[in-house]
Design a protein around this ligand. Structure first.
Ligand code: ADP
Ligand code: MG
Length: 395
């Protein structure tokens, strides 16, 4: 069901408590922000709310401090970057709750912005502790959740606060939900999915849910080798999840009954190990040498995948098709990304590594939608209700 968004509520003179996803990547040595995409993604909602005459109290987690104060994970640099991007002062506080925070929030005037400290400095955050949630909620008149990337986690700042405040979606959250909902419920046909990446276990839920909805599912990446093994194809030293072979077989059997065609690699780029500078060759589907590993889809597979993409009106892509971090094994991912950039179809991409591959090729803007939530978008497409979405008010 559609959820209320900031556009459906009166914001004038309100104090808006908003959960954002400012979990940016930081340089390991300097601690500088290396990618501010997530801060930029929240700007439209932030501006919208301020323009409506409200004040804003922002909160986010950053990294995995595990309930303790970790100086490198303080939100100061995020506040500075946000302030630059927004062209307004952003007051960064050193806590999320308590007297000091209350005092600062009481002074807030319409148009002013506060950023609380890293929510995960409190162990109560991931425990979804009701008292912590209540204290957070006491800072605002209304709760806005714009953090789609953490909507699959039931934490105090994503779920708990909604017990105490009216809760609505931010613009980014609303857009994510609208697009993912539309490809799940009424995709333009033919709808195909391209799934790759490291682990079958991460993607099997989506795969199962999409069998009913997609005409074709293209499987590449390391997960393809568990499927090939299920068909009795020798896979050498390629990554195979032995305990998932049966499940993979089951999925392929189900697909037949559901008229969903599953495409697996018909050739492979193989090497003795996953290292740059090693000997590399292309082999046919059943010709992976016993002491070599398959690290990318081969040229004939790229052709077949490209043809399938050409015939599609809707495409969902999650997971690189090879070990793309190493040049020698990046071609399959790169070619498919380029193909997706040129096709006349709705193209939705999710997954941190898939997005990294798109960024490397400068193709992010060529996609219809690049989801800001890897895990959240997968759980959504598995058909699960995300806890952070469930607590938002229905339209
Ligand atoms: P995403 O973040 O887009 O959801 P995943 O995290 O599931 O993607 O998987 C990405 C990882 O899978 C990358 O590190 C990539 O190197 C790895 N990978 C893809 N294909 C292979 C392969 N054939 N062999 C080993 N690793 C692979
Ligand atoms: Mg990943």
């Amino acid at each position: 069901m559609a959820k209320l968004s900031v556009k459906d509520v009166d914001l004038k003179d309100k104090r808006v408590l908003m959960r954002v996803d400012f979990n940016v990547s930081l340089d390991k040595t300097t601690g500088e922000i290396t990618d501010d995409t997530r801060i930029r993604a929240a700007l439209p909602t932030i501006k919208y709310i301020l323009d409506k005459g409200a004040s804003l109290i922002l909160m986010s987690h950053l990294g995995r401090p595990k309930g303790k104060v970790v100086p490198q994970l303080k939100m100061d640099k995020v506040a500075t970057r946000l302030s630059e991007l927004l062209g307004r002062k952003v007051k960064k506080l050193n806590a999320c709750i308590g007297e000091e925070v209350k005092k600062e929030v009481d002074k807030l005037k319409p148009g002013e912005v506060i950023l609380l400290e890293n929510t995960r400095f409190y162990k109560e955050e991931t425990e979804n502790d009701p008292e912590f949630a209540k204290q957070l909620a006491s800072l605002g008149d209304i709760f806005v959740n714009d953090a789609f990337g953490t909507a699959h986690r039931a934490h105090a700042s994503t779920v708990g606060v909604a017990s105490y405040l009216p809760a609505v979606a931010g613009l980014l959250m609303a857009k994510e939900l609208e697009i993912l909902e539309s490809i799940l419920t009424h995709p333009d046909q033919p709808f195909i999915a391209i799934l790759g990446g490291a682990k079958v276990s991460d993607k099997i839920g989506v795969l199962k849910n999409l069998l009913d909805k997609c005409q074709k599912i293209l499987i590449g990446g390391a997960m393809a080798y568990t499927f090939l093994r299920a068909l009795g194809v020798p896979t050498g030293k390629s990554l195979v999840e032995e305990d998932k072979i049966n499940e993979a077989k089951g999925v392929m059997d189900d697909a037949k009954g559901k008229n969903c065609e599953i495409l697996l690699p018909v050739d492979h780029v193989v090497a003795p190990e996953a290292k740059s500078g090693v000997e590399v060759k292309v082999v046919g589907q059943s010709d992976i040498p016993s002491d070599w590993m398959a690290l990318d889809i081969g040229p004939e597979t790229i052709n077949q995948f490209n043809q399938a993409i050409d015939g599609a009106r809707t495409v969902f892509w999650n997971g690189p098709l090879g070990y793309f971090e190493i040049d020698e094994f990046s071609k399959g991912t790169r070619e498919v990304a380029r193909k997706l950039a040129g096709v006349r179809a709705t193209v939705v991409v999710g997954g941190g590594d898939s997005i990294a591959a798109l960024k490397k090729e400068n193709l992010v803007d060529k996609m219809t939608h690049v989801s800001t939530g890897g895990g959240a978008s997968l759980e959504f497409l598995e058909g699960k209700e995300l806890p952070g979405v469930a607590v938002l008010k229905d339209k």
